[in-house]
Design a protein around this ligand. Structure first.
Ligand code: F6P
Length: 328
């Protein structure tokens, strides 16, 4: 282990996700285990600019493994996008003797980390945290599994009303640029159709599919839509379109929104966070920097941060075929 790193700073940035607290806990305790100091940086990069730091030890992270959100709070800092902001942030790190960073967040957070590293050669490791699961270099991001379970639980409830009233529901889930949540939760909740940003299903196919469902004897239907779906119509516009073309359907819309980002992390997310947190600190202690820790084929692996930022996390197209088959 390298002797250079004596104090690690940890922050959460961008959208919060369940499992971030478990990752903070793992980072803080791995530091304590290896007898190095750890500072929590509040409100992401904005807190770094404002010097909002707090020393943390193993006891500072008691009873947080089961909590959603992030005890360190999160923010999207505009000031960190400026050279002046990053200069202030660097000075604060130096003043507080912090010599390496663990950044828990998504693509935007990693981009900020890379710029900061290129300007100040400051050691940094990323832990992928976003419910969208849209980061290259890991099969799972923190919070994704929990969000899937939340969405499935809610759609199960919506299905009760859909079937009792013979209704069609459009359920909008998160995923501005990625259909992972829509596709997997859609299959898990037995949706008739799933609309995602990666594939343009087309309005004609949607109508045809709904007609087939009706003809096959289904009296209710659930269509899951990712918020960034490629058809380009939001859930309310789709409702209007279907009602115009298929007046026999009684259509309702449910936008699940931020409930998907909150709540108690699943066991999977807690274990993932613990594994990635340990690896993040130990990678820094090994003298490495500019990597993201991730999980591929149940192995914790390192991906250069630049590749994680530039690479694309593709959806599994086989899942579309599976959905088409199991929803007939
Ligand atoms: O965390 C990612 C995400 O959930 C996206 O799917 C969504 O579009 C976005 O966050 C909304 O975030 P906010 O409300 O914080 O801008």
């Amino acid at each position: 282990m390298s002797v250079n790193i004596k104090k690690v700073g940890v922050l959460t940035s961008g959208g919060d996700s369940p499992g971030m607290n478990a990752a903070i806990r793992a980072v803080v305790r791995t530091c304590a285990f290896h007898n190095i100091e750890c500072a929590g940086i509040y409100r992401g990069y904005q807190g770094m600019i404002e010097g909002d730091f707090k020393e943390m030890n193993a006891r500072s992270v008691n009873n947080i493994i089961n909590k959603g959100g992030t005890i360190l709070k999160s923010a999207r800092s505009k000031e960190f996008m400026t050279a002046e902001g990053r200069k202030k942030a660097h000075q604060n790190l130096v003043d507080n003797n912090i010599d390496a960073l663990v950044v828990i967040g998504g693509n935007g957070s990693f981009t900020g980390a890379l710029i900061f590293n290129s300007e100040y050669n400051f050691p940094v490791i990323g832990i992928p945290g976003t419910i969208d699961n849209d980061i290259y270099g890991t099969s799972f991001t923190l919070g994704y599994d929990t969000a899937l379970n939340t969405v499935v639980e809610v759609i199960d409830k919506i299905r009760d009303t859909a079937s009792s009233h013979n209704r069609l529901f459009f359920v909008e889930v998160m995923g501005r640029d990625a259909g992972h949540i829509a596709l997997n939760a859609g299959i898990g909740a037995g949706a008739e159709e799933i609309l995602i940003p990666e594939e343009d299903m087309g309005l004609d196919r949607l109508l045809e599919s709904l007609r087939k469902s009706k003809a096959s004897g289904k009296s209710s239907s659930i269509v899951v839509i990712a918020e960034g779906d490629k058809i380009g119509k939001n859930a309310f516009e789709l409702k209007d379109y279907v009602e115009e073309n298929m007046p026999e359907y009684d259509v309702r819309v449910s936008i699940l929104g931020h409930m998907q980002r909150g709540g108690t992390p699943s066991c999977f997310d807690r274990v993932l966070a613990s594994r990635l947190g340990v690896k993040a600190v130990e990678t820094l202690l090994d003298g490495k920097s500019n990597y993201m820790v991730g999980l591929i084929k149940d192995e914790v692996v390192l991906t250069p941060l630049e590749n994680a930022v530039k690479g694309k996390s593709y959806i599994d197209k086989e899942l579309i075929r599976v959905s088409d088959i199991v929803s007939i």
